[in-house]
Design a protein around this ligand. Structure first.
Ligand SMILES: CCCCCCCCCCCCC[C@@H](O)CC(=O)SCCNC(=O)CCNC(=O)[C@H](O)C(C)(C)COP(=O)(O)OP(=O)(O)OC[C@H]1O[C@@H](n2cnc3c(N)ncnc32)[C@H](O)[C@@H]1OP(=O)(O)O
Length: 242
C-alpha cells in the first residue's frame, strides 16, 4: 500500500517535471520566435523608409522588400501550429484565417501580378501590417520576459481599432486592382476541355475572396475587441472552443 502511494507520488513528480520541461521549451521557442519576427518586421520598416527617402516614390518599393516580406509573412504559418499544439491560448481558426489571408495577399495577389505592385493600396496594407506586427510581436516578447511596458500593451490593444479596417481597405483595393489583369491573362485558371475535366476561374475566385471579407472580417475585429476588453479592462470573457 505504502509502496503504491509512493509510486503514485513518483509518477506525479515525473509528470510535473515533464510538464515543466515542456513549458520551459515552449517559452524558449516562443521568445526566440517573437524576437526574430519583431526583428524581421523592423528590417522591413527600415527598408521601406530608406527606399522612400532615397527614391522619393513608392514605385518599386514592393520589389525591393518582396523577398523579406515573403519570408517573414510565410513563416507566420508556424503560429497556426502554436495554437494547434496548445502552446499559445489562441483559436486555430482565428489565427488560421488571419495568417492564410495574409499569405494569399502576398503570394497569390501581389507577388503574382507585377502590374499591381506599384499601387498605393499595396503600400497602404504593407505599412499597416508592418506597424501591427512590430507592435504585436514586441508585445508577446516583452510579455514572455515579464517586462511589458504599458505603452506596448496599450498599442497592441488600441491601434488595431484603426489599423484593421485600414489594412482591409488596402487589401480589398489591391485585389480589385488585380481583377482586370487576372481576367485578361487567365492566370491560375483552368478552362474546359482539359484532361482533368475540371474548370476553375481565378477571376471569380477573387470575387468570392473579396465577398468573404464581409462575414469574416467582423468576426476577427470583434474577437480583437473582446481581447481588448479582457486585457485592458480585465473583463472575464468566456469564448466558445474551436
Ligand atoms: C486562402 C484564401 C483565404 C482568403 C480569406 C479571406 C478572408 C479575409 C478576411 C480576413 C481579413 C484579415 C485582414 C488582415 O490581414 C488585415 C490586417 O491584419 S490589417 C492590420 C491590423 N491587424 C491586426 O491588428 C491584427 C490583429 N489580429 C490579431 O492579432 C489576430 O487576431 C491574432 C493574430 C489571431 C491574435 O489574436 P489572439 O487571440 O491571439 O490575441 P492575443 O494577442 O491577445 O493572444 C492571446 C493569448 O495568446 C498568447 N500568444 C499569442 N501568440 C503568441 C506568441 N506568438 N507568443 C507568445 N504568446 C502568444 C498571448 O500572449 C495571449 O496570452 P494570454 O491569454 O495568456 O495573455
Amino acid at each position: 500500500m505504502a509502496s503504491s502511494e509512493e509510486d503514485g507520488t513518483v509518477e506525479e513528480k515525473e509528470n510535473n517535471n515533464k510538464k515543466r520541461t515542456k513549458s520551459t521549451l515552449a517559452t524558449a521557442w516562443l521568445t526566440f520566435y517573437n524576437i526574430a519576427m519583431t526583428a524581421g518586421w523592423l528590417v522591413l520598416a527600415m527598408a521601406m523608409t530608406r527606399f522612400y527617402i532615397q527614391k522619393g516614390t513608392h514605385k518599386g518599393l514592393y520589389r525591393s522588400i518582396a523577398r523579406t516580406l515573403k519570408f517573414f509573412q510565410t513563416f507566420a504559418l508556424v503560429e497556426v501550429g502554436h495554437c494547434a499544439i496548445g502552446i499559445v491560448r489562441t483559436s486555430v481558426i482565428v489565427t488560421g484565417v488571419q495568417v492564410c489571408s495574409r499569405i494569399f495577399m502576398v503570394w497569390f495577389i501581389t507577388n503574382s501580378i507585377r502590374q499591381i505592385q506599384s499601387e498605393e493600396s499595396v503600400i497602404l496594407f504593407l505599412v499597416v501590417w508592418t506597424v501591427t506586427e512590430i507592435t504585436r510581436y514586441s508585445y508577446y516578447t516583452f510579455k514572455l520576459l515579464n517586462h511589458l511596458p504599458y505603452f506596448i500593451k496599450w498599442a497592441r490593444y488600441n491601434l488595431f481599432i484603426v489599423l484593421y479596417p485600414v489594412g482591409v481597405v488596402g487589401e480589398l483595393l489591391t485585389i480589385y486592382a488585380a481583377l482586370p489583369f487576372v481576367r485578361r491573362s487567365g492566370m491560375y485558371s483552368m478552362r474546359l476541355p482539359n484532361k482533368y475535366n475540371v474548370s476553375f476561374d481565378y477571376y471569380y475566385c477573387l470575387i468570392i475572396v473579396m465577398l468573404s471579407y464581409i462575414p469574416l472580417f467582423p468576426q476577427l475585429y470583434f474577437h480583437m475587441l473582446r481581447q481588448r476588453r479582457r486585457m485592458l479592462h480585465g473583463e472575464v470573457i468566456v469564448e466558445k472552443d474551436d
